[in-house]
Design a protein around this ligand. Structure first.
Ligand SMILES: Nc1ncnc2c1ncn2[C@@H]1O[C@H](COP(=O)(O)OP(=O)(O)OP(=O)(O)O)[C@@H](O)[C@H]1O
Ligand SMILES: O=C(O)[C@H](O)[C@@H](O)[C@H](O)[C@H](O)CO
Length: 187
């Protein structure tokens, strides 16, 4: 866990962005984690404008300009859920530091970035094995080129995608428990 992450204190429930390149497991881990936490899950893929999806599906990487309004829309949706339910998990590539800052600025509350990291071979194999996804494995190298891994100044925890899904979710739950207020004792 980064120095900045160890200082995160959620006000009520966790607010988490599960991040990483395509195929790293954001949708899988994010949905499972949200279910365990009992908070909503937002898949950033569902927030992309159709033009962005068409672009990626045709094998062209997104640019900063393509991603900027999308990040704003995702951050606003996360903020609404944080207001209503106290916590939220999203799965979002959030590849660059400036993108993560935009999300934090829009959400306006403490956020933890859960970074799913692993080797190119594993990522490429998982992308290739998915038959039903618009993202071509050929875009993996552009994703890795854009990725700026968080440093100690960013509130981030990195997990290895070489582990199975249950282990990843357990590791995330253990880390989040330290940053989340304990429920008040029943009166
Ligand atoms: N830890 C894991 N172990 C084994 N398989 C995994 C693991 N995590 C995810 N997978 C599988 O790898 C594939 C990619 O996962 P997933 O779609 O969740 O990634 P993603 O980061 O959301 O991708 P994208 O950004 O392209 O939508 C899926 O088929 C998923 O079932
Ligand atoms: O920032 C990006 O380039 C995009 O968010 C991609 O990461 C895709 O949406 C995702 O990988 C879907 O497969």
């Amino acid at each position: 866990m980064s120095t900045a992450a160890s200082q995160v204190r959620f006000e009520r429930r966790p607010i988490v962005v599960v991040m990483g390149v395509s195929g790293s497991g954001k949708s899988t881990i994010g949905a499972a984690l949200a279910q365990r936490l009992g908070v909503p899950f937002l898949d950033a893929d569902d927030v992309h404008p159709a033009a962005n999806v068409r672009k990626m599906a045709s094998g062209v990487p997104l640019t900063d300009a393509d991603r900027w309004p999308w990040l704003g829309a995702l951050g606003a949706a996360m903020r609404e859920h944080a207001d209503a339910e106290g916590g939220v998990v999203s799965g979002c590539s959030a590849l660059k530091r400036a993108y993560r800052q935009r999300l934090m600025d829009t959400i306006g509350r403490p956020v933890l970035f859960l970074v799913l990291d692993g080797c190119r071979e594993t990522l490429f194999a998982r992308m290739s094995a998915r038959g039903d996804h618009y993202m071509p494995p050929g875009l993996l190298d552009s994703q890795l080129a854009d990725l700026e891994r968080p440093d100690a100044a960013e509130p981030a925890l990195t997990l290895s995608i070489e582990q199975d899904v249950d282990t990843l979710v357990e590791e995330a739950m253990a880390a989040l428990a330290v940053l989340t207020p304990s429920p008040s004792p029943a009166s």
